[in-house]
Design a protein around this ligand. Sequence first.
Ligand SMILES: Cc1cc2nc3c(=O)[nH]c(=O)nc-3n(C[C@H](O)[C@H](O)[C@H](O)COP(=O)(O)O)c2cc1C
Length: 175
Amino acid sequence: MFIEKSLSSYKENIFHAMKDDWFLITVTSPSEVNMMTAAWGSIGVMWNKPIFNIVVRNTRYTYQLLEKADSFTCSFFSSDYSEQLTYCGRHSGRDVNKAKETGLTPIEIDGNTSSKVFTFEQAHTAFCCNIASITPIQPEHFVDSSIEKHYLSKDYHTMFTGYITRLLINEEKEV
Ligand SMILES: Cc1cc2nc3c(=O)[nH]c(=O)nc-3n(C[C@H](O)[C@H](O)[C@H](O)COP(=O)(O)O)c2cc1C
């Protein structure tokens, strides 16, 4: 069962959580729930509000869904789920139903967002976010020219900044 916690009580090392265990970005349309694996992002404060920044390349199905969405969730799992997260990072929701293929169980939660949001029974933590701002990452802004090595196909990320509306912790999976 997921319970709401205050953001100031969040104690996890976010560098380890993102870089080593990764997370799932989940976006919901009226007809489907799709998730993709991410290892890049940031959490902080912007415009006096807690925010979660995700970066999504425009080639992803998730990008198409985000363009029409007003919210997303970021769900974190223990390393026991690395196989499932690898699957979600290698397959597109255009071709497969990733929840069905991985056995991850979507559950609808009250994200205090404008539309329905989902996390997964197996997640230990979920951040619910309302999209506040959409910023294309543009190469002319790179001060460090070596960043270009991440964009050999010129498929630059777009940064979606979400206001964090709720932090939910899974009591059965607490880390
Ligand atoms: C560990 C890992 C981290 C990833 N991080 C990102 C990311 O931050 N942004 C991104 O656009 N794609 C990232 N990807 C790639 C997407 O997860 C992948 O292309 C996925 O199949 C997209 O699914 P979709 O087409 O259903 O949106 C990552 C993949 C892996 C395995």
